[in-house]
Design a protein around this ligand. Structure first.
Ligand code: OVV
Length: 406
């Protein structure tokens, strides 16, 4: 279906962000979109699009005008039924959002996260040691998936059994922000068990007594939120916390395998891990797009956006906008990548970003201490998803570093 463009001053585009071809390499398409103008009308979906850094930032910084409660995917919750119960933090506006966000922010605060460091380092060291010993392995499965499932899963307090449901569940959630296409449908059709398992482990008695999940229920005991809401926030941790970090780790290793001179820099100075991760997030953002909905007629970027308008915000494009970044298409871990919007920005900016950074930094540091170089054994196999970009498989052979430097 084609949706006629109601905005006379906005160019119409037949761009479809959800085709396999675009998902395989969206960057040339983002460039075209940015060059088209501040705004584009995507006639296939009937939405306004922004792809430049400045406008992406402006939209995300006005949550009262560009709201989240109508859903942050293509579906408008005011006119269509959501496929699952809306998230009480992501798909919510102030004042409702403020209450849940405060609790999640505390549970995921730097202090709370800092307590996990030693355990995470230990998990990463063991995994990397055994993989380096093997020499050849599937970096996507054996490290990028294995690490968050173990480290983050334990931190939340999940049972060991059934964790294979985490990634399929997240895959469904992130497909669900796009159109109801075959990709989403296929995942929906095969995910009944995953949905049931997730619902079960969002209950207090399924979780350990000392994990992040238990802390959410403790906030309910203190009267800050309801006990049902605590369970919903555990669902948020499990929806948002796995596929994202898994894919970020995949993208990091791909970047370094393809840019060996950048790996040499990190290997020589593993303390660059944190800023290297920021550059990975800028250069090959995990989360590509989400939506906002205007609550009123509003002027921005030279047009009047109509009330109730769905707007797709391409954060991965903003992170490659040459108006903002010199040599935007160059992967360079020595640059200042802060200001990227891979975690979004504003009141809905990723609540788990400190967790993501901790996981990324620890895995990259563990690799930098033991791996001289990566060789890709064939092309990595992409994981196609409507919203997040990462890998299914990445066969690699690593050259070990001879001495461990500490
Ligand atoms: C940021 C994010 C992604 C996916 C799901 C959720 C949040 C949630 O709150 O469920």
């Amino acid at each position: 279906m084609i949706h006629p463009n109601p905005y006379t001053d906005v160019p119409t585009s037949d761009f479809d962000p959800y085709t396999t071809e675009v998902l395989a390499n969206p960057y040339p398409h983002y460039e075209q979109l940015r060059e088209l103008g501040t705004w584009a009308w995507l006639e296939r979906y009937g939405v306004l699009a922004v792809a430049r850094h400045d406008e992406v930032q402006r939209i995300l910084s006005q949550p009262d005008v560009f709201c989240s409660s109508a859903g942050v995917g293509l579906a408008n919750f005011h006119t269509e039924a959501p496929w699952r119960k809306p998230s009480i933090i992501l798909e919510a506006d102030p004042p409702h959002h403020s209450r849940t966000r405060k609790v999640v922010a505390r549970v995921l605060s730097p202090v709370s996260i800092g307590r996990l460091r030693a355990t995470f380092e230990d998990v990463a060291a063991r995994m990397v040691d055994s993989l380096v010993e093997r020499g050849s392995f599937d970096a996507a499965k054996d490290l990028c998936e294995a690490f968050p499932i173990k480290a983050f899963g334990d931190a939340v307090g999940l049972p060991a059994e059934g964790r294979e449901h985490l990634l399929p569940y997240g895959d469904m959630v992130f497909n669900g922000f796009g159109p109801i296409n075959e990709r989403f449908q296929a995942r929906m059709d095969s995910s009944g068990e995953a949905v049931n398992w997730i619902a079960r482990v969002c209950q207090r008695d399924a979780l350990t007594k000392d994990g992040l999940g238990a802390q959410l229920f403790a906030a309910a005991d203190a009267g800050e939120i309801g006990h049902d809401e605590a369970g919903m926030l555990v669902r948020t941790l499990l929806s948002a916390g796995l596929d994202t970090t898994v894919f970020t780790l995949c993208n990091a290793i791909t970047c370094f395998a393809r840019h060996p001179e950048q790996w040499a820099l990190l290997r020589e100075d593993p303390s660059l891990a944190r800023q290297a991760l920021e550059e990975v997030l800028r250069f090959d953002s995990t989360f590509h797009s989400f939506y906002r909905t205007s609550t009123q007629d509003v002027e921005l970027g030279g047009i009047t956006v109509k009330a109730g308008q769905k707007i797709v915000v391409f954060i991965a494009s903003a992170n490659r906008d040459p108006r903002r970044w010199p040599n935007a298409d160059r992967f360079d871990i020595t640059r200042r990548a802060t200001g990227h919007m891979a975690f979004g920005t504003g009141i809905h900016g990723c609540a788990g970003q400190m967790m993501a950074r901790l996981e990324g930094e620890i895995v990259l540091t563990a690799l930098a201490r033991r791996v001289a170089s990566f060789r890709l054994d064939g092309e990595p196999v992409q994981h196609f998803n409507n919203t997040v970009r990462g890998l299914k498989h990445m066969p690699v052979t690593v050259e070990p570093l001879l001495a461990t430097v500490d």
